[in-house]
Design a protein around this ligand. Structure first.
Ligand code: SF4
Length: 215
């Protein structure tokens, strides 16, 4: 078995002990629109705040049509205190309007179409493709980028290059769940500043590239 696969299996086992990341939790409902909105809410926001705001919002508006019935002020009140809630309220309304007007109320399932929405970058688009539509896509956020470099899987300076490099080494069956696994792992063990390497199940397989101080 390759080291990459060994590491993925060990991290999968370890991540079962941790809370499921907010957008993954939302994706269990099987609705790409809710994955998109939740992902927009999650940017620069803690997971607990994101899931609570998502639940408050989806209680009132589960679809883009429902969302358009709400005022901007109401959306902002429902999603507060997510980071940049004022701007995110606008972005959610604008996306809902376009989904209704241009895509008959269904979130488009193509990368380029998703990237054309305001506020949607590769991270969000890939998460919607993977978790929302179950299409093979690798979502590289700050955790995936950092941990992939520490492990020595990639040597990259941007999430986009990490995504391209990971496509060559991560088995396809792990593409969709890679983000869920590494976000949970990165929030609890391979922490940004001082990772808990002495407790890590992949210690012997990790290059710890760039790790200066660890516990
Ligand atoms: S050994 Fe340290 S740097 Fe490597 S994955 Fe584990 S916690 Fe992260």
């Amino acid at each position: 078995m390759s080291d990459v696969l060994k590491i993925l299996r060990l991290i999968s086992r370890q991540s079962k002990a941790y809370d499921v990341p907010s957008v993954t939790l939302v994706s269990y409902g099987g609705d790409p629109y809710q994955v998109l909105v939740s992902c927009l809410l999650s940017l620069r926001t803690r997971d607990k705040t994101t899931i609570e705001a998502s639940r408050r919002l989806f209680k009132v508006a589960k679809t883009p049509e429902d969302m358009l019935k709400l005022s901007l002020g109401m959306i902002r009140r429902l999603i507060y205190p997510v980071g940049f809630y004022r701007n995110k309220g606008k972005v959610i309304l604008e996306a809902s309007r376009r989904i209704v007007d241009e895509y008959s109320g269904k979130v488009p399932s193509g990368l380029d179409e998703l990237l054309d929405f305001r506020g949607v970058g590769r991270k969000t688009a890939n998460l919607v493709l993977g978790l929302g539509f179950r299409k093979p896509a690798i979502c590289v956020d700050t955790h995936v980028h950092r941990i992939s470099n520490r492990l020595g899987w990639v040597r990259t300076h941007s999430p986009e290059n990490t995504e391209i490099a990971l496509r060559k080494i991560i088995p396809r069956r792990y593409w969709i769940k890679l983000n869920t696994l590494l976000v949970a792992f990165g929030q609890n063990l391979c922490l940004p500043l001082s990772p808990l390497c002495s407790e890590c199940p992949v210690y012997s397989l990790c290059k710890r590239t760039g790790v200066i101080k660890y516990r």
